[in-house]
Ligand binder design. Structure first.
Ligand code: FAD
Length: 440
């Protein structure tokens, strides 16, 4: 087979590249997707009458073009929501973000958090040019907020000491309140909504899979090939070996597979790139989805769990976004546990610990019947922003750029981002391939 543009991976970034290339009049393009369905991390799985996502996938739409496109694709099949996110610690639920809502915690904790924050305002600490996350958190939020939330929560999510993490990923994702907001939130219920995900949309029907399905439906038949796992890419000969398709010759290559996986099947690579590849670190998100025979289990969208006694870092309720995610009279929960990429996990033991933790938290009652359990692990869930990541990524991209290979999307670009950005990455990539800022 031959194609002008070969796109590896049929998640949102790959589908968007194909869609926008089509709008720019690209001669031919082919999307090779390993799974039976498109969507990747933004896909859903139907089981036992439930529709489960790969953990919560809410649509944060910030870009006018991205918003118009997503709403057009979903064609009325989405509803707006105002975030109802909470944090469970010290046996108390406080509103997210922790730093702006400490009211309700034990008085000594509230005092420590507020005093620490005020100290950062009155005696700012100097930080190096590339601070570690722990020092940055102490300088930005103070010692109390760091001790009671930032440190335990982020250590659980990232699975490493925060002194080894950079702050490069946090800009859009960690809200920074003012001193008066911190004070107000220590005294009263704060109504202000903080952060990039304060409001969002979610499909009414079909889970988040509705979005990639709608994008794929805009492509001509034959552009997307599912069940087409890429096993080898010869970068010199410009030939990829793909299950079910055999050898595919291409002119241009767009990778959206996780960068580590792509580099493992691409050759030849210079020693410096192979060395940089070995320095990439990631976390696997072990996502357990549960169907429970009880309606309206909680109206909270999701809850963060910073404490060690719970094995999970976050639990969300799919039926709080869309009641149609479960059969009538049922609720659907998603549970997220983070482990270093490649670590062995005993699912049966983890499942038992999760169920114990959910009962201990009160989310599940002893009398609740769990009627469905589906594991949807995300092998590369979070790219780890340790101090090796950015120099390694720069080395890799210098080489890939030099041989005309694009690598985009959350995992292809090896970054922390969200669905709208994956769609926009695909659009920008198509524009680059088409040779300019066309009207894609
Ligand atoms: C826990 C978690 C929660 C998230 N929550 C949100 C949220 O609430 N809102 C939001 O906007 N974003 C969220 N995201 C981010 C969102 O999932 C991603 O930004 C987006 O889906 C990335 O799309 P992509 O196309 O770049 O990558 P992917 O979706 O990973 O696409 C890559 C594709 O490549 C395929 N593939 C892999 N190997 C091969 C191979 N060898 N051959 C062929 N195909 C292959 C995969 O099957 C996949 O379809 C979350 C991510 C995680 C991990």
């Amino acid at each position: 087979m031959k194609t002008d543009a070969l796109i590896l991976g049929g998640g949102l970034a790959g589908l968007s590249t194909a869609y926008h290339l089509g709008r720019l009049g690209a001669p031919s393009r082919l999307v090779a997707e390993a799974r039976a369905r498109v969507g990747g991390t933004a896909g859903s799985v139907r089981s036992d009458g439930f529709t489960y996502d790969y953990t919560g996938h809410l649509l944060h739409l910030h870009d006018p073009y991205g918003k118009d496109l997503v709403l057009d694709l979903l064609a009325g099949n989405s509803a707006p929501h105002e975030r109802r996110a909470w944090i469970r610690s010290r046996g108390v639920d406080t509103r997210y973000p922790f730093q702006a809502n400490v009211k309700g915690l034990p008085p000594a904790v509230v005092a420590e958090c507020v005093a620490g924050f005020l100290e950062t305002v009155h005696r700012p600490r100097a930080l190096p040019r590339r601070p570690d996350f722990l020092s940055w958190s102490r300088a930005t939020f103070g010692d109390g907020i760091t001790r009671h939330f930032m440190k335990p929560y982020n250590e659980k999510l990232w699975g490493m000491p925060l002194s080894r993490l950079t702050t490069e990923w946090q800009g859009r994702f960690v809200p920074k309140p003012t001193a008066s907001e911190v004070l107000y939130g220590a005294l009263a219920e704060q109504n202000a909504l903080f952060g990039y995900n304060a409001s969002f949309r979610y499909p009414i029907r079909g889970g988040i899979q509705a979005l990639p399905d709608a994008l794929a439906a805009r492509l001509e038949p034959g552009v997307v090939r599912t069940g087409a796992r890429v096993t080898r890419v010869d970068l010199r000969e410009k030939v990829a070996t793909i299950e079910g398709l055999g050898e595919v010759r291409y002119e241009r290559l767009v990778n959206t597979l996780p960068l580590n996986a792509f580099l493992d099947l691409a050759a030849p690579l210079p020693a410096a790139v192979k060395d940089a590849r070995r320095r990439l670190r990631w976390n696997t998100v072990w996502n357990l989805n549960l169907g429970v025979a009880r309606p309206n289990l909680t109206d909270k969208h999701w809850i963060y769990f910073p404490e060690r006694k719970y094995p999970f870092y976050r639990v969300g309720c799919l039926t709080a976004f869309s009641p149609l995610s479960a059969p009538a009279g049922h609720s659907a929960l998603y549970v997220e546990v983070s482990r270093p990429g490649g670590a062995r996990v005993d699912r049966a033991r983890l499942e038992a610990a999760i169920l114990d933790g959910l009962r201990e938290s009160g989310l599940l009652k002893r009398s609740d019947r769990v009627v469905s359990k589906v594991w949807l692990p995300i092998e590369v869930g979070y790219v780890v922003y340790d101090f090796a990541r950015t120099p390694a990524v720069e080395t890799i991209f210098r080489h890939l750029g030099g041989i005309g290979v694009e690598s985009i999307g959350r995992y292809g670009a090896w970054k922390y981002s969200f669905m709208e950005e994956a769609i926009l990455d695909g659009r920008r990539c198509a524009q680059r391939l088409a040779g300019g800022e066309g009207a894609a």
